[in-house]
Design a protein around this ligand. Sequence first.
Ligand SMILES: Nc1ncnc2c1ncn2[C@@H]1O[C@H](COP(=O)(O)OP(=O)(O)OP(=O)(O)O)[C@@H](O)[C@H]1O
Length: 629
Amino acid sequence: MTTRTSWADLAANSAADNIASGSASGSGRPVYVPPHLRNRPPSADPPAPTSTGPASSNDRHGQGGSRWAAPRNDYNNRSGYGGGGRPGGWGGRSGGWDRGRDREVNPFGNDDDIEQAFSEQENTAINFDAYEDIPVETSGDNIPPPVNTFAEIDLGEALNLNIRRCKYVKPTPVQRYGIPISLAGRDLMACAQTGSGKTAAFCFPIISGIMRGLVPQKSLRGARTVFPLALILSPTRELSMQIHEEARKFSYQTGVKVVVAYGGAPINQQLRELERGVDILVATPGRLVDLLERARVSLEMIRYLALDEADRMLDMGFEPQIRKIVEQMDMPPPGVRQTMLFSATFPREIQRLASDFLANYIFLAVGRVGSSTDLIVQRVEFVQESDKRSHLMDLLHAQRANGAQGKQALTLVFVETKKGADSLEHWLCMNGFPATTIHGDRTQQEREQALRSFKSGATPILVATDVAARGLDIPHVAHVVNFDLPNDIDDYVHRIGRTGRAGKTGLATAFFNDNNASLAKSLADLMQEANQEVPAWLTRYAARSFGGRSRRPGGGRFGGRDFRRDSSFNRGGSDYYGGGNNAGGYGGGYSANVAIVCIVFSRGIGEEVLTKNRDHFILSCCHLLVIYW
Ligand SMILES: Nc1ncnc2c1ncn2[C@@H]1O[C@H](COP(=O)(O)OP(=O)(O)OP(=O)(O)O)[C@@H](O)[C@H]1O
């Protein structure tokens, strides 16, 4: 890799006069300076060196302690909430970390110069035509209007520069609508299709808000507790790492510091990183609870809370932890903090739970809630269990024969169990197909190594459990194979969404047999809605089946979105929903037509049935009485 000056650094340094120093004068010791104090006149210190060495965005954990400044000092000199507005516009805030001895690693690498980067924009940009006709619905009070360009949004100079470095030419629909809503300080529940740019939609307003210095800072002198201003929670370690990497790019030289904390990695290293200062903490719930219980992190100063894959974060697996973090620690309540929930799927009962975390929020749906994008060609093939391996082999051979014209085409294969993943990987390797696995029984190091090897194309087949189903943005995944279909149609939507991202097309193949009968109806409905060819045999299965675990009330393009519009929700005198725009066309959906359902089970079976069908029960019942014997 070349180590010449990156275009990003050149651009930043051309505005050297504006670079905020923030170094502790006199001490010679670099200190963390909170963002609201960084908009200072340039100091005598030299600007940051323009070459950052060969560090890549993936070597975060190998950097030892050299990346950031010494432990943060007291930063009590603060502005209050909402205080001050934006004096003098944004132009002056392009500096970042203390530039005494330490420097911010350039997360864009050192690969391009300015000219080259901008000339490449056209080629690499998202295919926006793919989003032209996408239906968008918003509901709630006083909804800020959408924008058409990033230039229309006052995000700040340094962030705008990073958006250009990312080669984002214009905002995707979820960004066009979502960013103005969040910048206006409103809570948001946003549902948009996989691969449509939700990460930036929640990161930009957070970074911009912190840059504006509207958030007070706090530290306790001598204490080791840190007080992040924003918290981004995601369900998996790999997704948290990815969000962290994205957020670091967006916040490069803005002065906003992003730190990640997730399980499976040594906590001491993460503690050290936190001690160097944190504005935005990206975390998985388990590790965050650990940090909170050790009193190493306080949520007292949280101004922004974002839940990525919010429906997953609020389903049974995570809900208790999320409630603990959000409701039982020291986080400011809804209305004081700003809360943003994002996902591609938002079952109604989860929306209901989620509303506990929000204040007078706006609901945004880009495309139908939980729909898949029609950029993904979906195929379903009837394959008996015993034939699955040979069928997969046929697919892979055909793929090889068709060739990807020198480009690395990656295949992601989803299976049900961790054992199944290991055994399929072994079998593939034995048959000459380089494969690796990612699942919960592998060490974190192995998981990260597997992902790296897959991304690089060294092992172009990744066999995965649902741990890789959500959020991961891996370029060049050309084919997703559902070797084992999931029980839940929403999981299917997220899995196939690992391909066909950012306006690109992709292919998803599912192996279906009698074991998947309960998914037939929701799968057929989903495919039909995404203009896919539904095999006649699947339609017959669908006609026979009860409907699977479909949590999609209403049906039709705009059936059932914001749950506040559901008549059964409003019946009890609830007054959540306050109007909105684009009304009309909402399907009725489920109604609470069963007062009490009494289920009598033997213990083991009953628990399993209940666990698997909880959401369905919640949808259909007001009260559920369960008796075991
Ligand atoms: N405005 C934009 N212009 C060009 N590319 C963009 C833009 N916004 C996002 N992208 C790119 O699109 C890809 C998908 O974005 P992202 O991972 O945020 O999708 P997502 O909606 O969160 O998907 P998922 O539902 O799977 O989590 C990323 O590679 C991102 O860099």
